[in-house]
Structure formats: C-alpha cells, structure tokens
Design a binder for this molecule. Structure first.
Ligand code: ANZ
Ligand code: ZN
Length: 866
C-alpha cells in the first residue's frame, strides 16, 4: 500500500475505471426511483477550458453526485454549442474548414473535461454543428413556421461592415460598435426571418412566478427585458382628416399635450409633410435611418427633429397642435407616434425647450404652482390635475391610479381611445448571412413563394466544399449547386434560403435533446422528455440571464403548444455562479502588467517608469494577464484539489478570488484525509468495519460518543448545506471538522472510529471523487465494495447527535457568573438543583435571599436575589 498521496496516478486510473464500468451512465427510466436532471450550460468549443468552466461544471457535478448517492436516477450530460462566428473566422484566417476546426476543439476540450473527473454520461453528448443535431433544429424551425411563428419581413438591421454580417442589438455595444470586430455599426435594410416571441410575451412574464427556484435578479432582468407597460391608445385627427393613433402610459396628461411627434419611419409621414417642409423632412429621415436604436434612444442626447408642416387636433380639448418628427420616437414601439407632454415628460421637455414649443402643466404638486417659464425639468411626480376638464381636482400619481383610470374611462366613453398594453420585447431576428450555422430549411419558388423543405428531406446539410474569402455575402449564396433546387411543390426551378440560423436557436432546445440524445427518428420522444424534464438544477453564467433563458423558455412553450411537451418551464431551479477572479496589476491608465515582469509583487511598480501599480481582483482573462490555466493547476495538485478549492473558497453564486495559498491549503487537507484513512486501513482497526452496523449508542464510551456526534453532525450539516442553497463552502468546512475529530480520536480501533472513516470517505466523494474512490478501495471487502460513487449517501442517526452533557450558564440578577457541565437530559427542577448547589451560586448568593429562579432548559439558570 502506498502511503503517499499521488493525484496524477489515481486520477487517471479511476477516470478510466469509471468509463469502463459505466459508473456515470444514466440509468434507464421508470425503475421507480425519483429522477434528477443536473445541467450545466454547454460551452462554445473555443478549444480551451478556462477556470469559469471548471467552476460551473464542478458545482453541477457535486450536485449530480450527491443526488446519485441519495438514490435518484440522475441525468448529467454535456455537449457543445458548436456553431458560430469564431470557426468561420478561423477558416478565413487559416484556411481550416470550420467543421474541422470545431471538431478538433471539441476533442481537445472533451479530454480536458474528463481530466476533471466530471461524472457525465458521454453517451448523450451532443454537438449542435453535427447533422444529427441540426436536422432537428431545422425540424423545430419548421414547427415554428407551421405555427405561423416564423415569418419574413424587411427590417433595418445592424450591419457590421467588417464581418459583413447582421448583428443583434445585444451584439452592439453602448458606443454602437460590433462586439466582435469593433466596427462602427451601420443600418441596412434586408429581408430577414423572425420568430414571433412577442406572441408569448405575457406568458413569458407571468410564468416567471412559477420559478421560485430562480434568483430574483434574473427574473427581474427577464421582466425588464419583456418590458410590459400599460396605458392607452388615443386617436388624434389631423387637419387632413387622417387618424393619428398614439400610445401613452399617461393618458391623464392628455390635456397637457402641446405637440405630436412621429417616428421618421411612420407611414403617415409622407402624407403629413407639407411642400415647404419636404426637403428638411427627407434629409432628417435619411439621417435617422443611419442611426442605431441605441444611438437614437441614448439618455441625455441632444434632441433633434423637424416640423412636418401639419397640425393635429387634441381630441379632448380641440386644441390645434403641431406635428413634428424626431428620431427619439421609435417606429417599432407602441404606434410609432406620441403626444408630447413637455411639462411632465423629460424627453418632450428637452425637445420643447430646444424648439421653443409651448409647455403646459396639468399636474400641480401640492402647495406649489408650476409655471412653464420657470421649469427647468419636467415634473413627473404626484399632484392635483388642473386644466384637464373632467379630471380637474383628481389626484394624479406617478402613472397609475385614479387619474389614469379616469382618463381611460373618459376616452372609452367618448370613443376617443382605449386602454392597451405594450411590451418592449421585439420579435426575434433569427437569420444570419453566414455559413457556419444550421441552414434555414426553406426554398423560395417564384410560383409558390416560401416553401418549407419536406421533413423527409431534412437535414438540409451544409456543403463542406466552401471557399472562405471573408468578403461579400454569405459563402452559401455563392454555391450554385447547393442553392439551385427544384421547388418541392411545383418542381419549377427554385432557390434555397441561404441564411443560416442564429446560434441561440441551437441552444434553445439542447436540454430537450439530452433526454433522448441518440434518437435518429425524431428530435426526441415526448415520453422521454416528459420523464426527465424540467431540468431540476441548471447552472451557468449570469451573462445568459436574459436571452438564452428567455429563448429556451419560449421554445418550451411553443413545443408544448404543439403537443410535444407537457410542462411550461424548462428549468425548475437556476444557479448563476459567480466569476472567477484573480489579482491584476495595472497603472492609472488601465494598462495591465504581466506579474512575471514585476520585480516585487508586494509593492508592485511599473518596470519602466517605476510608478506604483494598482492591485485589484478582476475576472480572469488573457488580456489582463491574470488567467490561471486549469491544466497547470491539475498538473501540480490534481483535479480533486482544484475542485475542493473552488467549492471551498466562496459560495457558488458569489465571485471567487483565486488564491494560491488556499489551493495549497486544500491540497494539504486532502493529504491529511489520505493519511488518516491509509493509516486506518493498515491498522487493526480495519476489523471494526464489520461492527459498524452493530453500534449501540448507549454502550459507547464518552470518547466514542463524542466522535460519533462529530460524524453525524457532519452528515447533518453537509446534507443540509447541499439540499438547501448549495453552500458547498460550509460543507467543506464540515468535512475539515470531521477530519480533525478523526485525527484527535484516542481510540482508533473502535466501531465508532471505523464509522467515522467510512463516513468521511463517502461524504467527500462528490467533492473529491478520485481520492475518495482510491481510499474506499482500501476499506476492506465489505464496506469498501464497489465504487464509492454507487454507495448510499450516509444516513443520519439522530440519536448520535444528542449530547451527554450541556454547558449551563449561571446568572445572578441577569449577570453571567460562570458555567457548569450538567447531564443533557436534566429537567427544569434538576437544572435548578444543579445550579443552587454549584460553587458559583454558593459564592454569589451567600447572605442573600432568593426571590425568583428563572430556568431556560438547555441553556441557563438565573437567580433573582437581594
Ligand atoms: C405622454 C406622456 C406623458 C408619456 C408623460 C410619458 C410621460 P413605456 O413606459 O416605456 O411604455 N412613447 C410611446 N411610444 C413611443 C415610441 N414609439 N418611441 C418613443 N417613445 C414612445 O413608455 C411609454 C411612453 O413613452 C409613452 O407615454 C410615450 O410618452 C412614450 F408625462 O405619452 B408618454
Ligand atoms: Zn413552386
């Protein structure tokens, strides 16, 4: 037997053993056991695992392992979000085909994952770029098409002039630059495919209430993204007798509208623009077309706009007010037209001041009188309605309540408008002019229009003999052989859709595929999916709090409505793990320095200028020179230490600061566990393993009782830490406490000692799976039989927790004077007797008369005496 802990040897050995013996296989369904689906967000196969991945997957792995030991049948899969731009960029730069580049990265990362001892069922691995997966992504696209939820429309898109591609709004940074190329994004009109997610806006919002296991923060982000707003649509008549419908959340301020603003793209613009104004208006429209939404709606931006030359009539008071156009009004929200109430809306206020338009207050704050001339900001607070006809004297809040309800009732009664709801959520632009994505399974026929590819002809495979120049339109559109096909409907010459799908589609259903990963006939069978889903625990980064989760929820609801699923929400519980941070060194300009270049890390200075450097913890990243490559840590300490450190250092949802000393500390801890178990395994104490089941609490020595209490306290605390909020950090502390109790035990041959050793090895198994497996194999033929990971989770014996003695506090007049060891079972009367007879009481109560005795069982006795 080897007394030295050598992670390199045992880790590779057990990984091979687990793979060979199918220890991590998903059990067959319907064996009666409860199911548990533990899922990590699958990675993009960049080629290298980083510490953020390691943290994410370790957290999920512990959860999966504990559930298995608790007797659940566990699904714990892994796969690859494998389509996307980087593969294409690599093809352009280095001439490697995207498929080859991607598959090589996958192979590399799969090995890295395996070296971490993660208990995945690799038989269920999926890669979204393979035809056996995207076949079904295409099938799902056709489901959406069939349901009327996939449609095409011309849309102004964000155009990246460098990557020559369309970007989603969230791929454009706050300065209007592409998140990848950094190019200034332009606007361009293209015919695009959309998914009608807006049809599910209300459900996506209200069903957030069905997710008590999600962080509040994530639910708030989703709710804000959906952006429900309630208000009214009001119809204004123009002088030309056209109807101009506006959306407002403040119909109660209608009497304060002093002008109207149309989005430059509004369909009535042409009609309402008068001859003298047409040049200015057209120039303005052109300029607006080149600005992104982000530019147009940026807070505090200098307002621009042009008068159309026309007027509208305010329907509630007959006032004639001018119609303007301005780019701060967006065509794709509400009705694309607003009534401007400068006294009470800040954007309108800024606009009115700039163009010298009238301002009319209709809400007076209590005890004040707003004068238009004196105002320097809009008043958005509460007050009393004035100059507002039927609403005069009504209290106005900040946008809800009596005044708003009164205004809507008035509008509806007089046929001037009605209450409505609006969502900020927009339909999802799903098409990309790129090669490395799932082809959209549509054929365009000049006779039949858009024709879905028959499902029997799926998958529409990506051709692999593609040339990448990095210039011009999508490579697919240049492949004549691929593009030109007969129409499935009329056989006439037709053309394939050359756009591919947004990769967010691939990741919106992968969690369903895992339930039936190798099904060649269907995306999944409903039985399997309904058995395994919803996911019991989803773990991933907060950066996916909005889009990925929203799209996955949307897919789930659509597939449910198509009859394929019987649940409403895909992810029952969600854990967003914190970032992995490490120390950085930077100068005042924000330039980062390589630690190896710094002479003295305790007082770091710029090696060239000698100026002192700032030290801070920041997210690990190559550009900050603070990344710690997982492979380095594994080579030095092994996977078990890396896992223990990550779990111990911070609670999973909090940021984690990398610290070499703490890594070292966990390594030493594992060494202590190793030694304790090995010494035991080589001692006579081993024979006591067989006597664990026969332990009688009442027969134990005082020392054995104490050790047993430590053992079962560890079981209780660790189980609670894991079943509650996944407080792995305190669970590891409990493991350390138990290990200390073991090291301090005087009698290392008793059954209670054997029990503590067996328990420690099983409790540590989910955290440090390799060392636990190795140690388990030395624990004799009976308890050490089979894999430790297939053992039952240690059972709590509540009797073992009961203490023999407690510490009783003695107080005189509420003041603590000392403590006393007394039997734990003592009742109130007995406690009082112990206290009275104690030396402390004798001393402090000498010569006094006891008026009252207060006994708090299990805690204290207080004497009131004078
Ligand atoms: C008059 C008014 C008075 C408004 C007031 C606000 C305060 P949310 O809450 O986000 O739904 N609005 C309506 N459509 C718009 C569009 N297409 N582009 C830009 N702004 C638009 O915001 C709704 C409010 O934003 C609406 O209510 C409208 O201004 C403006 F004291 O109408 B309000
Ligand atoms: Zn046709």
């Amino acid at each position: 037997m080897e007394l030295r802990y050598s992670p390199a040897e045992i880790e590779a050995k057990w990984q091979a053993y687990w793979a060979k013996n199918g220890v991590d296989k998903t059990p067959d369904a319907d064996d009666g056991a409860k199911k548990f689906y533990a899922l990590s967000m699958f990675p993009y196969p960049s080629g290298d695992l980083h510490m953020g991945h390691v943290r994410n997957y370790t957290i999920t792995d512990v959860i999966a392992r504990v559930r298995r030991m608790q007797g659940y049948r566990v699904l714990h899969p892994m796969g690859w979000d494998a389509f996307g731009l980087p593969a294409e960029n690599a093809a352009i730069k280095r001439g490697v085909p995207p498929a080859e580049w991607t598959l090589k990265n996958i192979a590399q990362m799969r090995e890295q994952l395996k070296s971490l001892g993660l208990s995945y069922d690799w038989d269920r691995e999926v890669a979204t770029c393979l035809p056996n997966y995207y076949h079904w992504t295409q099938w799902i696209f056709l489901q959406f098409f069939d349901a009327g939820l996939a449609y095409q429309k011309e849309a102004a898109v964000n155009w990246d002039p460098i990557d020559q591609t369309v970007l989603a709004n969230e791929q454009v940074d706050s300065e209007g630059r592409s998140w990848r190329s950094g190019a200034k994004v332009e606007r361009k009109l293209l015919r695009q495919w959309f998914f009608k997610i807006t049809a599910y806006a209300e459900q996506l919002l209200t069903d957030l209430d069905k997710l008590p296991g999600w962080p509040e923060r994530v639910k708030t982000m989703q709710a804000n993204w959906i952006g429900k707003s309630t208000g009214a649509q009001v119809t204004f008549k123009t002088e030309s007798d056209d109807e101009l419908v506006i959306y407002t959340t403040r119909p109660d301020t209608l009497w304060g509208a002093t002008f109207m603003v149309l989005s430059p793209e509004h369909p009535l613009m042409e009609k309402l623009t008068t001859k003298p104004q047409s040049k200015a208006v057209e120039a303005y429209q052109e300029a607006a077309a080149n600005l992104s939404t982000i530019d147009r709606t940026a807070e505090g931006r200098e307002k621009t706009g042009v008068w159309t030359g026309s007027y509208a009539i305010n329907p509630v008071n007959g006032e004639k007010i001018p119609i303007w156009t301005a780019d701060y009004v967006m065509m794709d929200y509400g009705t694309g037209a607003i009534m401007a109430v400068p006294a009470h809306d800040q954007r309108d206020f800024a606009f009115a001041r700039k163009f010298e338009l009238p301002i009319k207050a209709v809400i007076q704050p209590e005890g004040e009188s707003l004068g238009a001339e004196a105002m320097d900001v809009a008043y958005a607070g509460a007050g009393v309605m004035v100059h507002s006809g039927p609403l005069d004297g009504v209290m106005a809040g900040k946008g809800e309540g009596e005044s708003v309800e009164g205004a809507i009732a008035y509008l509806e009664k007089n046929n001037l408008g009605q209450g409505t709801t609006n969502y900020r959520l927009r339909d999802w632009l799903v098409s990309r002019q790129r090669y490395w994505g799932a082809p959209i399974p549509i054929i365009h026929c000049s006779h039949c229009g858009t024709v879905p590819v028959p499902t029997a002809d799926l998958p529409v495979k990506l051709p692999d003999d593609v040339e990448f120049t990095g210039k011009g339109a999508s490579p697919l559109s240049k492949m004549a052989d691929w593009v030109n096909v007969p129409c499935p409907n009329c056989q006439a010459d037709a053309k394939r859709e050359t756009d591919t799908m947004d990769t967010f589609l691939d990741s919106s259903w992968y969690f369903l595929r895992y339930a039936d990963a190798n099904n060649p006939e269907a995306a999944f069978t409903p039985d399997r999916v309904n058995d395994w889903l919803p996911v019991d625990q989803y773990v991933g980064g907060i950066e996916h709090a909005i889009l990925h989760l929203l799209y996955s929820r949307f897919f789930t609801k659509v597939l449910r409505d198509r009859g394929f699923l019987n649940f409403d929400e895909p992810f029952q519980r969600l854990l967003t793990q914190g970032m992995v941070q490490a120390i950085t060194y930077k100068n005042t300009e924000g330039q980062f320095f390589v630690p190896a270049d710094i002479a003295d890390l305790d007082s770091p200075t710029d090696p060239e200028t000698g100026d002192a450097l700032q030290v801070s913890y920041e997210k690990m990243s190559k550009s900050k020179f603070n990344g710690v490559p997982p492979a380095e840590v594994l080579a030095k300490y092994g996977a078990d230490t890396a896992r223990m450190f990550i779990l111990f250092k911070s609670p999973p949802e909090k940021d984690l600061e990398w610290d070499d000393a703490d890594v070292e500390g966990q390594y030493r801890f594992l060494n202590r566990v190793w030694r304790a178990v090995m010494e035991f395994a080589q001692s006579d104490g081993v024979s006591a393993l067989k006597a664990i089941d026969g332990i009688q609490q009442s027969d134990l020595s005082k020392a054995d009782k104490a050790l047993r209490r430590a053992t079962h306290t560890a079981i209780k605390e660790i189980t609670e830490d894991i079943e509650g909020d996944y407080q792995f950090n305190t669970a590891v502390s409990e493991l350390m406490k138990l290990s200390n109790a073991i090291n301090e035990a005087a009698d290392k041959t008793s059954p209670a000692f054997a029990e503590s050793i067996c328990t420690l090895v099983r409790l540590i198994a989910p955290f440090a799976p390799h060392i636990a497996e190795e140690l388990w194999s030395y624990l004799g033929s009976d308890p050490g039989e089979g894999s430790v990971h297939q053992q039952p989770w240690p059972q709590l014996d509540p009797a073992a927790l009961v203490a023999d003695e407690i510490t009783l506090v003695i107080q005189i007049m509420g003041k603590t004077r000392g403590t006393l060891q007394v039997p734990a079972g003592a009742d109130k009367a007995a406690l009082e007797t112990y206290a009275r007879e104690s030396e402390i009481a004798q001393r402090y109560l000498a010569g006094k008369e006891i008026k009252k005795v207060i006994v708090v069982p299990g805690k204290l006795v207080n004497f009131v005496a004078v």
